[in-house]
Design a protein around this ligand. Structure first.
Ligand SMILES: [Zn+2]
Length: 343
């Protein structure tokens, strides 16, 4: 109020004289009649109930049977003490439990599976309106298969992961057969199509297709790549363009993988599973390399060569013998034996 007073002295602005904050401190009974003030003592009971509670949304177009959800989730979450469910919106729930440890454990496990769909959870907070929470992202581990040996770095994992979403982690994992892969944890957008993989390329290493293998991916549509429905219920099914129909060859159940492998440096984890390259569907498809990408890499390769050999790029005998710039693809992955020479 002191500041306001000083301003009023130095300014003749009538807006300051009529400052609306002035009205809130006056005793206006007409205003207070339409406003009921409450404090925490009025809602104490509910606050205590809510303090270890979780909001959750099931990402699915399927109908949910309300009478089964409490028992099913109690089983999935190992019977949290005092577990109770409230239905608060479209596939949106408020889960209550007594113990903070249970609450933290369930939040750490995000996202969960419920009837082959994702259940995305979020800790309840009194300043967040559950209806406005969007539940649009889920943290998911993705294995990157097909990276050339020299590209298996955490930095490459971050670079590739950035094309999918926010990268939360990038780690080197070792498999029982001594194979090394990069695994990335990405905050995946649940309303965007699942990607089967991506091309990476450099002038020196050529183009490589990298297979994405998602750990704990729920049911998704092999036609459009979206989570929450199957091909039979796909809205794009009848109106698919040629580009979309090629997805059918790429998207399939093989994109879903269980967690396995061992993070390098983490010697406590000794639980292994099978090798994904033994999956009968693994590596059975091959993307055509986009011609534009080949052109760009050929140009990059030429430029690199000129930069490395500025005096001899026109007369280099070895180079002209090979008839042009060679993109070295000598490190193909076992699943994608992709050799390519760009002339
Ligand atoms: Zn679909």
């Amino acid at each position: 109020m002191k500041m306001h007073h000083q301003n009023a002295i130095t300014s003749q602005d009538p807006a300051i004289e009529n400052d609306p904050t002035e009205e809130t401190v006056t005793e206006d009974t007409a205003e207070t009649d339409s406003f009921i003030y409450f404090d925490d003592s009025d809602i104490q009971e509910r606050l205590e109930e809510c303090q270890n509670s979780i909001l959750g949304k099931i990402v699915s177009e399927k109908a949910i049977h309300m009478n089964s959800i409490q028992n099913a989730l109690s089983n999935i979450w190992c019977n949290p003490k005092g577990f109770r469910v409230e239905h608060i919106g479209d596939k949106l729930f408020h889960f209550f439990m007594d113990e903070q440890e249970d609450m933290k454990r369930i939040i750490r496990g995000n996202p969960w599976f419920f009837r082959n769909s994702w259940l995305i959870v979020h800790p309840w907070r009194r300043d967040i309106d559950a209806q406005s929470l969007e539940f649009r992202h889920a943290p998911i581990w993705i294995q990157l298969w097909g990276l050339p040996t020299q590209c298996r770095t955490k930095q490459m994992g971050i670079k590739i992961g950035s094309s999918i979403g926010t990268v939360l982690a990038s780690e080197l994992y070792e498999y029982p057969d001594k194979k090394l892969i990069i695994k990335i944890k990405v905050n995946l957008a649940v309303n965007k199509p699942i990607k089967a993989g991506i091309y990476i390329g450099s002038a020196k290493d050529g183009a490589h297709w990298i297979d994405f293998r998602y750990e704990n991916l729920p049911q998704f549509c092999f036609a459009c790549g979206l989570i929450g429905h199957t091909e039979a219920n796909c809205k794009l099914h009848d109106t698919r363009t040629n580009t979309e129909s090629t997805n059918k060859n790429v998207l399939g159940p093989w994109l879903r993988y269980n967690h396995f492998g061992r993070r390098i440096m983490d010697y406590k984890d000794r639980k292994f599973s099978s090798n994904p390259t033994k999956c009968k569907n693994y590596g059975h498809y091959m993307h055509p390399i986009p011609p534009k990408m080949l052109e760009e890499m050929a140009e990059m390769s030429m430029l690199n060569h000129i930069k490395d050999h500025p005096q001899s790029h026109n007369t280099n005998e070895e180079h002209t013998k090979k008839g042009g710039s060679i993109i070295d693809m000598s490190q193909p992955s076992s699943s994608t034996p992709l050799w390519l020479t760009v002339l």
